[in-house]
Design a binder for this molecule. Structure first.
Ligand SMILES: Cc1cc2nc3c(=O)[nH]c(=O)nc-3n(C[C@H](O)[C@H](O)[C@H](O)COP(=O)(O)OP(=O)(O)OC[C@H]3O[C@@H](n4cnc5c(N)ncnc54)[C@H](O)[C@@H]3O)c2cc1C
Length: 169
């Protein structure tokens, strides 16, 4: 499940904080700065192309997700806001609060990628990416970077296009 806490601005940055956290206790097992226009390493951090909103995204995963999904909306908000306030005490009450429940989404049933076990990539990776005759395999699970993410899917598409263009006529 994903939780978006919306603030007037990414206020944590004013305190030298990134908004990132990894937590042993939930519901927010990790948080990231998802503010519009946020540019990570190398970019112009702090620029906000779409207006001055600060969005803290929290990831609620595993057993925590099932516990969180069972709460009513007011309980979900209270639990998430309380944890955000423990992590970043400078934060006021959020002006917006959104929850996406992928666990109970009819067509997703969870989030968000297939993960290999230790050693599987080395063993299976070459077979996942090798063309089978005229059939070429793209998809995020074939990507050596950003595996499991949209960026990995796009990169795998580029790889396959290059393979096809390089094929002898
Ligand atoms: C709930 C959820 C949340 C996510 N959140 C994020 C996020 O915040 N950020 C991020 O970067 N990534 C996120 N991801 C991961 C990201 O969505 C995937 O990594 C990405 O969409 C994978 O792209 P893909 O092209 O490899 O595969 P897909 O997008 O799965 O595309 C595969 C396509 O093949 C089609 N297909 C399957 N079988 C057949 C068949 N036999 N014949 C024809 N077509 C077929 C499917 O219908 C599908 O359209 C999330 C994923 C989920 C499920």
């Amino acid at each position: 499940m994903k939780v978006h806490l919306v603030y007037p601005a990414p206020l944590w940055r004013e305190h030298g904080l990134s908004g990132w956290s990894v937590n042993a206790e939930g519901p927010l097992l990790s948080t990231v700065d998802d503010s519009p226009g946020f540019a990570p390493a190398g970019g112009a951090a702090g620029t906000r192309a779409d207006g001055p909103a600060g969005v803290l995204t929290g990831f609620v995963t595993g057993a925590e997700a099932h516990r969180f999904a069972a709460l009513d909306p007011a309980e979900q908000r209270a639990a998430a806001v309380a944890q955000a306030a423990r992590l970043f005490p400078m934060l006021p009450e959020p002006v917006g609060f959104h929850v996406t429940d992928w666990v109970n989404d009819l067509y997703s049933k969870g989030c968000y990628a297939a993960l290999f076990g230790p050693g599987d990539w080395l063993r299976l990776g070459p077979r996942l990416t090798a063309p089978h005759g005229r059939v070429h395999w793209a998809g995020t699970e074939t990507s050596t970077a950003f595996f499991g993410l949209l960026e990995g899917a796009v990169r795998s598409g580029h790889r396959v296009v290059a393979e096809i263009l390089d094929r002898p006529a």
